[in-house]
Write a protein that binds this ligand. Structure first.
Ligand SMILES: *Cc1c(COP(=O)(O)O)cnc(C)c1O
Length: 274
């Protein structure tokens, strides 16, 4: 987010925290209190580097209190974690076709307050990615795109939305993801793995585990053994801890987690002190 702002030459203040910690609300409030030039707050809801579910409601309350426009990156939460956009008074919520909504990649979308969107007209920074222009064109042409639209992704998205409805909506999907995450976490602990401890902020979509310390352990070898068994895990992305990640997202269920745990058990080639 910060990089995007830099490239677009938008003035910004970064309030950064340790990668395994949730944003400190007092620190944010302090900045808001002392810097009247701030107009917008941008926040990531579900942080996929770690698996942290940020305290969105608290940050929304700060935005309300200080009358700031709130932009939420809900890329990996929308559709899988209930979000009361209206009550939280979110001005812009950004997500995409290919995460919790279980469509194919191809486009992103923004749920915005029209009254706020209209104010963007004079601040455009891009022709092809101009959100106001695209909205206006959709309105004026009853669904037209200014440039070639990702037809196949939109068709697939329509089907994905139907499947979300058949599943029972976002609450049900949230339960499925949460149950899978609990099952994964317990199963991994039983196999001798240590999760990155995110306490109450651990979310249901991605779980980070510490790479075993045994000298025979090798992530690439572990990864490839699992891949041969049709299971794909992610390398870690943390700078201070040596980790890997497992997602509990998409068209998978408890049976798949059981299968994964079984394959992980079969793939342990190091001494895991069990
Ligand atoms: C996945 C993700 C993105 C990037 O999404 P792309 O589909 O790769 O453009 C951005 N922010 C968060 C929090 C994400 O989880």
């Amino acid at each position: 987010m910060s990089q995007i702002a830099s490239i677009l030459k938008i003035q910004k203040t970064d309030i950064s925290f340790e990668e395994t910690e949730v944003p400190n609300l007092d620190q944010i409030e302090n900045v808001l209190k002392n810097d009247n030039d701030i107009t917008h707050i941008g926040v990531i809801h579900y942080e996929t580097t770690t698996g942290i579910l940020n305290p969105l409601e608290d940050i929304c309350n700060l935005a309300k209190k200080y009358k700031k426009i709130l932009i939420v990156d809900a890329m990996s939460s929308f559709g899988g974690i209930p979000i009361d956009i209206k009550n939280l008074n979110i001005d812009y919520l950004i997500s995409s076709s290919n995460k919790n909504l279980e469509g194919v990649p191809g486009f992103s979308f923004v749920i915005a307050k029209i009254s706020e969107l209209k104010k963007c007209k004079e601040y455009r920074k891009s022709l092809s990615l101009d959100l106001f222009d695209q909205w206006k064109y959709l309105e004026d042409t009853k669904g037209g795109f200014r440039f070639t639209s990702p037809v196949h992704s939109i068709k697939a998205f329509n089907q994905a939305l139907k499947e979300l409805e058949i599943e029972g909506g976002v609450e049900k999907r949230f339960k499925r993801y949460s149950n899978m995450q609990t099952k994964l976490l317990n199963g991994m602990i039983n196999l001798g793995f240590k999760p990155l401890d995110l306490k109450i902020y651990q979310g249901p979509i991605i779980t980070t585990f510490l790479n075993p310390k045994d000298s025979n352990y090798d992530f690439d070898k572990f990864y490839n053994l699992l891949k041969e068994k049709k299971c794909v895990i992610y390398p870690g992305k943390l700078t201070k801890e040596n980790t890997f990640r497992i997602g509990t997202i998409g068209k998978i269920n408890d049976k798949d987690i059981e299968y994964l745990l079984e394959k992980i058990k079969e793939s342990i080639f190091w001494n895991n002190n069990l």
